[in-house]
Design a protein around this ligand. Sequence first.
Ligand code: PXP
Length: 245
Amino acid sequence: MRLYINVDHVATVRQARRTDEPDPVEAAAACERAGADGITAHLREDRRHIQDDDMRRLAATVTTVLNLELATADDIVQLATELRPFQATLVPERREEVTTEGGLNLGPAGAPPDPRLVESIGRLSNAGIRVSLFIDPDAATIDRAAELGVPAIELHTGEYAHTYRDSNAALDRLAAAVRHARAVGLAVHAGHGLTYRNVTAVAAIRDIEELNIGHSVVSRSIMVGMETAVREMRALVDAARVDPR
Ligand code: PXP
């Protein structure tokens, strides 16, 4: 399983003072030294954490792979096509939200897809970038994603993260969604709200090939340093794969 670390919240701390520390690019290098398979960063339209210059520097220095999260904003799609990260994950964005609160709305079955989404997928794919869509774990949305011709999806694990203490229902839905996505030929990634406490059950779902984890690792890095924080998460993910579900 590939473990990609999202360094957005290193930039959140920096932007709290609009200064030059801590540097998400330096943090990304530490993640790589500690065994991350890739670096994820979200260039939001409101630029609340990662800035364009961070993206440029990440694209120039990441030695593993870069996964750029973005909405269908024209200027950001344009920047992505210039920087050509290994992967672009399209996400929904609302300015008032604290974080990405749900997956992309791909519309009802049978309806024509959002032209902005189709255009963004086309521009990114034509630039040679692997495109993934961040969606909720339900079969109809997965079918819509497959119709859009992308190679991969990232399943939103937020519901699981909010409810795992009380019920297995979200985990069962996630596992069913993973099976469905594989059956229709999509590569499956997952992320959002995963922590040291809840990651194991998700990492144990065999057909998930990539996890994107940010807030929990950056939080822990304040206590133990980035390399140790990533090593600890890496160890949990790898241990879960010994006996996959
Ligand atoms: N995956 C996607 C598509 C996201 O938008 C985010 C948050 O930026 C993450 C994963 C990481 O979520 P978290 O910070 O809760 O680990």
